[in-house]
Design a protein around this ligand. Sequence first.
Ligand code: SF4
Length: 709
Amino acid sequence: MSTRPSEVIAFGDRACGCAGLTVGPGTVWAVPDPTPLPEVPELLAAAVGAVGGAERPGQVKMATAVGDAIRTGDHLAVQAGTGTGKSLAYLVPALRHAVERGSTVVVSTATIALQRQLVDRDLPRLAKALKEPLGRTPTFAILKGRRNYLCLHRLDSGAPEDPDDAVLFDPFAVSRLGREVTRLREWASNTETGDRDELVPGVTDQAWRQVSVSARECLTVARCPSGTDCFAEHARAEAGRVDIVVTNHALLAIDALQGYQVLPEHDLVIIDEAHDLVDRVTSVATSELATAMITAAARRCGRLVDQDIADRLLEAADGFTLLLGDLEPGRMDVLPAPLAGCLAAIRDAAHACITKLGPDKPADVNAATSRKLALSLLEEVHDTSIRLLDAFDTDDKGRRDVVWLTGGDSGPGTPRPATLKVAPLAVAGLLRERLFNECTTVLTSATLTLGGTFDVMARQWGLPAEQSVSVRVDGVATDKAIADGPHWTGLDVGSPFEHGRSGILYVAKHLPPPGRDGLPPAYLDELAELIEAAGGRTLGLFSSMRAAKQATEELRKRVTVPILCQGEDSTALLVTKFADDPATCLFGTLTLWQGVDVPGSSLQLVVVDRIPFPRPDDPLASARQRAVEARGGNGFLTVAATHAALLLAQGTGRLLRTMDDRGVVAILDPRLATARYGSFLRASLPNYWTTYDPEVVRGALRRLDLAAS
Ligand code: SF4
């Protein structure tokens, strides 16, 4: 063993335990090998003991598998049901790895709720519990996109003068905006993080835009007069010093796919809520072009260069508005020639503006800020018009991007401005190349197997299908992937819940299939009878807001229990009211399918009105379905049924949240029992005891109600 020096090299709060570090110019100090850290099961036992929990077989199995993945460098997909304690199962091996290697681990989630749980509850408890066995207190931080932090420079210099026309002409909106910005200014002098999520109550997006910038708009820390105090820069610097950085899928995607290095160097990524990864990555990789963007770019530019040059862009924007007004919303398989010409004109006019702005950076901060704001919009307009044109370069089969038109005068409610959108047909190739080929990745969720296999999700992520094996906690060994491409292992640690004893799956096989014109009367009758039998306690998950509203309206006339409907108040408040009063029912759509966590007797019945297939006119889903069919596959099963299976598993997963929960999942759509794809969908759900008999299920609900009253 070497003699001196024996200390480790400290970076801020973190110590690097690597041997043989270069400390100064030409000096290499030999550092003795550190005492080996305890293995994962031992650390997990210490952590579980410290937080007052009991050992859970699924949690031990998962933690060991995550430790193995870190050691071998193979990727790992773990399905872990509610109640497994999966956050501890990945955080413990991740912290061990970070401390042992002096590296940073990235943990990514889809929702703010889970980020908060990790940062406010799990990691502080773990840091305390593992301080002794790991030899020091592990560190962690949360990191979000630049837009989420207050920009001190924008606060000082003021927002650009191009608010939405709607705000400009609405005196109430102007005064509300003014009040919100005043509040934000007061908050700015008190906040330590500048993190929007810490502002309670929150403000509208419009107000927040007045005090924040995107990464493109940021002046950069080197030029910004507020750079040394910048909240976003402080958060980034902090993230570079800690063992675990908690972030979201969007930032992970920007870091991995878009070439902006926003996350610190890392060699391990853990993706929780991985069932949402593909959708979140697709959102990040989606661009859009609307008239308001083009005119804002032209106006900002017009203040800095010859008006004639900016006017060319304004003229192109006028043409764009006229052309979009003549088109039907929906997917575009052919780019109409006039629109192609108009996009080319927008591209060229934006390019002329960018060229005129020039590469030189004005010394004056105000001039530099105005130039940067104009440039960021012009580049967005320019790059998006190119991408839209390129999307139609090849024939249907070779296309990688899908283009569609949204908004305009169509559709109910407030008309939205017509917008052209372009999104990738698939993100598998991007994920495989930029994520899985770069570092070890662990993906986890309560729902990763669809139709009983990981293959469906694996294909969407860009991992080779097959070879993955579902393994329950009853001890069967896992198989390792051996196909070409990144190696990965699939592990299903099951659930601590006994679904067959705790829950009933009722399929209303006797009802007619759902129609296009709202909920059939028989569905409303069935729903009323189920709610009466359950004594309220019902979460109604509807496939559209229209159906949720129709059911609310009808059922309020028929049943005596209170019914809340999504949209009548903030979703968080509605869920709290629902949880606080067992007699209350809550109806809603997509947000509720994934975001409700109400343990106990307030939720004993989950009703689903119809199998949640994507709408036939959904541009991305329909294009993806067509692409699968062009390759000879089953587009419906691969895209639509998979989408429905994932949502069904998530929605019905709202029922059992603790070991003591009991209840019924009622699917009113009879196709779950009668259609050929029904078995695939049922295989994606937990193993509930199943019945088609309404009398049996109403009897069970009455008994549950009685027991809970
Ligand atoms: S560095 Fe960028 S984000 Fe930070 S204060 Fe300056 S302009 Fe705003």
